[in-house]
Design a protein around this ligand. Sequence first.
Ligand code: CP
Ligand code: NVA
Length: 318
Amino acid sequence: MAFSPQGVAAVLSNLKGRDFLSSSDLNSDQTIALLDLAVQLKNEERRIDLGNRVLGLIFNKASTRTRVSFQVAMARLGGQTVDLNPQVTQLGRGEPLEDTARVLSRFCDVMAVRTFAQNELKDYAKWASIPVVNALTDLEHPCQALADFLTIQEEFGELQGQTLAYVGDGNNVAHSLMICGALLKVNVRIGCPRGFEPLPEVLTKSLALSSGSASVEVVNDPYEAVRGAQAVYTDVWTSMGQEEETENREKAFRGFCLDMDLLSEADQRAIVLHCLPAHRGEEISAEVLECDASRVFNQAENRLHVQQALLATLLGGL
Ligand code: CP
Ligand code: NVA
């Protein structure tokens, strides 16, 4: 842990009222402090009661972990959530986003949005007068990355200098891992098939944020990616919204399944991570998902702790 409770509050104080749309909306110290706050909350060294604040959830895609962890986080902070989607709101009948965002800002204190385009999320942030949180877009999954690095920190104590290998699609999860890893000085190696690399602008941004203190690499050989890594991570080959590409992707990702053979290339102490939901026998074997090195359920639990820390921070409850 890097910051005392007072230090955490000082580092995080200027995030009050701000949006969290990308992992890069935090700087290195803020990311470290947020993980410290999550640990304090998880260990019950600290309790925060925000007093009846309301989180609005707008989910245009399915969700188990993100939805429930936000709901429970808000309950633990003494607040409530309203859970919305296009089927139950006028959004589904064409009410403009800019009206929805302004109306919800009059009822809620913070909003978490799961949608497709990052630009749509940015539009919510533009029109809302309350903080807007990225609950997953096609571009990023920044709350997930915070939980992932907390899980690695719990295992190894220190994050700086560890290597995280991500095998699979250069997608939203990979993007946030690259950016957040750079901020935390964790080396990140992405191993993906040709044509499924992370966006070049995300690589450029990650390299700039790491300022030479950690490496960010993209390779096309899964064994090269995993070699010697302390954490080995994978995610689905077909993300939500890409269902029509499923068949092509299954072909393209052959050889990128995280199985025992691939895992054996990693550091002997390596842990296995997956944001879930997992497809056993596709991106990960059932054996790896269930093996002693798997930390996927700790990782899922950590969604709750990091999001509680994030909500408390954005709502100025420190
Ligand atoms: N990892 C994750 O975001 O899971 P959900 O899609 O269930 O929210
Ligand atoms: N990449 C996946 C993550 C799900 C949590 C998706 O976007 O569907």
